[in-house]
Design a protein around this ligand. Structure first.
Ligand SMILES: Nc1ncnc2c1ncn2[C@@H]1O[C@H](COP(=O)(O)OP(=O)(O)OP(=O)(O)O)[C@@H](O)[C@H]1O
Ligand SMILES: [Mg+2]
Length: 285
């Protein structure tokens, strides 16, 4: 299901002395099945933007279209919009409250009065998609690790069968193992379900590993919008947005500057490893 923002502006506390325009005339189209990474310095408007995609915020000006329809035109369709566009907030584990993992994931389905058999199969599928086995079903969410709690929260959103999944900083505050687990689960879920994914992250490496397209926000506007290599090859423009290219790219540029005959079109550690290994082997011949 395509998503379109048409000239969207959002001002917090409009009409007061505290007015703050967080999104400024943004237009954007996301096609069905795309994996989009959304990056930008703190306060650039990422969270404000994504909350427009499931009508948690209504634009001060402009329109948000889902599958060609204005999502704010008919308030009676809000629930359907939120089912189609699932949003996982930053630190979603703070919103867990049920006594068991199973019940936590069941919560949204219960609200929708989903028949028991269907709900059960959706809960199982969602927990399996985030890599949590039956051993977890009866555990309290509060006895889990931070990364596991976050996967429970993601499963709760997945159980609603969304066509679009938005994750706001899903790896924030996790240790490296927790991070890798969440990232590989996101990749797996995307491949399994074929849904559109929008990933908000401060980590250039994470975005480079997963996204096909990158949108860079700066002061409420879109500063860059393109493929991973289109965006990460513009180091100067990224610097203007207070961002840097991934560490692996910096390393490759330094090697090239020191006389290595090496590609700098490298954005992840594994690509850096492969490129360096190939260059060293080439030299040995
Ligand atoms: N509830 C609010 N009331 C007033 N201003 C707000 C509110 N929420 C956000 N803002 C302001 O809007 C701007 C954009 O904030 P937003 O949270 O969308 O940025 P962000 O890119 O998600 O930042 P971060 O990376 O820190 O999460 C900031 O200047 C912020 O201070
Ligand atoms: Mg934010």
């Amino acid at each position: 299901m395509s998503i379109e923002l048409q000239n969207v502006t959002y001002t917090y506390n409009a009409g007061t002395v505290f007015a703050k325009t967080a999104i400024d005339d943004v237009s954007l189209t996301i096609s069905p099945g795309e994996f989009v990474g959304l990056i930008g310095h703190t306060g650039s408007g990422k969270s404000t933007l994504i909350q427009h995609l499931n009508a948690l915020l209504t634009p001060t000006a402009g329109r948000v279209l889902l599958g060609g329809e204005d999502i704010n035109a008919d308030k009676s369709k809000l629930r359907a919009v939120r089912q189609r566009v699932g949003l996982v907030f930053q630190y979603p584990e703070h919103q867990l409250f049920e006594v068991s993992v199973y019940k936590e994931v069941a919560f949204g389905l219960k609200l929708m009065q989903t028949p028991h058999m269907e709900a059960d199969s959706r809960i199982r599928d969602a927990l399996s998609a985030v890599g949590l086995s039956e051993d977890y079903y009866e555990k309290s969410p509060f006895e889990l690790s931070g990364g596991e709690m976050r996967r429970v929260a993601i499963a709760g959103v997945l159980a609603m069968n969304p066509s679009v999944l938005i994750l706001d900083e899903p790896t924030a505050g996790l240790d490296p193992r927790g991070r890798d687990k969440i990232l590989s689960q996101i990749k797996y879920m995307r491949e399994l379900l074929g849904i559109t994914v929008i990933l908000v992250s401060h980590s250039m490496e994470d975005i480079a590993k997963l996204a096909e397209r990158i949108i860079v926000m700066h002061n409420g506007k879109i500063a860059l919008n393109g493929t991973v290599s289109e965006v990460f090859s513009q180091a100067d423009k990224l610097a203007e947005c207070n961002l840097t290219v991934p560490q692996s790219t910096i390393l490759m540029k330094e090697l090239a500057a020191n006389g290595w005959d090496i590609s700098t079109d490298v954005y992840t550690t594994s690509a850096a490893r492969d490129t360096i290994t190939a260059a060293v082997k080439g030299d040995e011949k």
